[in-house]
Ligand binder design. Sequence first.
Ligand code: AMP
Length: 188
Amino acid sequence: MRLILLGPPGAGKGTQAQVLIEAFGIPQLSTGDILRAAIAAKTPMGLEAKAIMDRGDLVSDDVVNAIVSERLDADDCKAGFVLDGFPRTIAQAEALGEMLDGKDMALDAVVELRADEDTLVERILNRAKESGLARPDDNEEVIRNRLEVYRELTEPLVVFYSNLGLVRSIDGMMAVEEVSAAIKEVLA
Ligand code: AMP
């Protein structure tokens, strides 16, 4: 099963990716997680990405495309994968298409989690408070920027992938278990 999880920040992509990992025995490929690991390890890529991520802007397409291309070659991706947080621009989606063609792979579905913006800001702030794990990009101003970036650069991917007949849209505002059940249903 080769999937993309698409949706604004706070819509529950990470949580649902965990469910899909278990259900299908496939790895989660989160470009955000890989970039945060690079920051923690103080690699040149991490150092370059940090200021951009702290503002809630997007890291360059070239950087994330290279991360994903390399990750897709790992053995655990042979069974499939769930992409979480990639692609985020049309250029990334086009690059992904070329990568997958070159690796003789094809996407099975793009699961879109739909959510209401004001609820998302509250959700992200609460998640940060409750977990005690606020990310540097979890403050209201940056969250609003992340949402704007999503609307302008990432949301057009819904049309891009709809034209390929791949999009399955789900209400991401339901309870976690209900969202999981709905995802499994559309993928069955
Ligand atoms: P996430 O964990 O998916 O919310 O990503 C956190 C931050 O990492 C984003 O706000 C971006 O700055 C950066 N990032 C993650 N994935 C991408 C991507 N596909 N393209 C560009 N920047 C990304």
